[in-house]
Design a binder for this molecule. Sequence first.
Ligand code: PLP
Length: 404
Amino acid sequence: MGNFDPIQIREDFPIYTNSELPLVYLDNAATTQRPQAVLDELNRYYTEFNANVHRAVYSFGEKATAVYEDSRQTIADFIGADNTSIIFTSGTTESINLVAYAWARNNLTSEDEILVTEMEHHSNLVPWQLAAKATRASLKYIPFNEDGSLDLEDPDKYFTAKTKFVAVTHQSNVLGTINPVKDIVRMAHDVGAVTLVDGAQWVPHGRTDMQDIDCDFYAFSGHKMLGPTGIGILYGKPEMLEKMQPFQGGGEMIKSVTMEQATWNDIPYKFEAGTPNIAQAIGLGAAVKYIQGIGLDVIQNHGRDLTKYAIKKLTQMDSIKIHGNQHDRGPVISFEVTGVHPHDLAQFLDQDGIAIRAGQLCAQPIMDKLGVFATNRASFYIYNNEQDINKFCESIEKTARIFA
Ligand code: PLP
């Protein structure tokens, strides 16, 4: 793993330095830990220049606005976008709902089809079910194969003249599959459809370039990439955002208001109604800088190495089944241990100081397809190392012996 040292990285994370037990945190796909640099930035805002943004004329109010807008610029540069196309939301879920309300409800009819995939998180499925119901559009989906890849052998089956909107996850939170989103966006654009990519699981782990993917919308969350909770991003192509109606009304999203009507502020402010999550937005900028300081290529290689190591160790054990077997998968492994209920396994591992996820992973249709009620999931990030995986595997073996 080169010069990159997860043990040294842990010194930047108070949860590691404060923990009395050795912490084996393997639930990063749910949320990551926060480095001191992010916590310091939150604290700096609250203690040094706490004020509302885009309103105050006094100096520290101007500073709050400048730092908030600097953060937007940092995030725009991070994903190869213009800052006018970066909307601060509360997270991926709100970003997707914004599009489902502000775009889909105003542009879809009963003649149209919304295309999703069978491997979506509920946050990129339920908003489309609701939008389909509201507009009477039909909801179609691309299935996934046994190996966790999308069935794209005959795309004409799914991408048709009726397809008006395509929503797809960049990386599956259950199977770890990294989807060919650039190809999917091209297939969608070829039939004239608008596209949204759910990047909640991908953005923390790999380079993301809006110009290269060319999607119309892209959504991700701060808390899955070392940032605070309550902050996320919706990227939208400026020409799409310009044409869209606002999602919510109030605050700085207006240009002028009379008793009868209102006109809208420029993008992205048209979509930022009310006082935004200022501290969290500033904290996300600090998280992006922290990630850039390590380097996304280093992070991606580390995730790949750990995932390969964990899959090798797990497949050497009896009674383990791993869902999906894509070689090029993100650092997410969902698995079963024969004879042990996923919740029991997670509780036994917790007794050894190991945190993994158990349940339906907000993806019930995937559980149905896999034929399981629930599953376990281990997911890795920059502070994890091979010792974490050794402890995790030893604890699984110990638990399996108890239930045998
Ligand atoms: N999409 C995917 C693929 C996810 O994994 C998650 C969260 O786990 C979400 C969307 C929703 O993210 P949030 O809860 O931050 O809005």
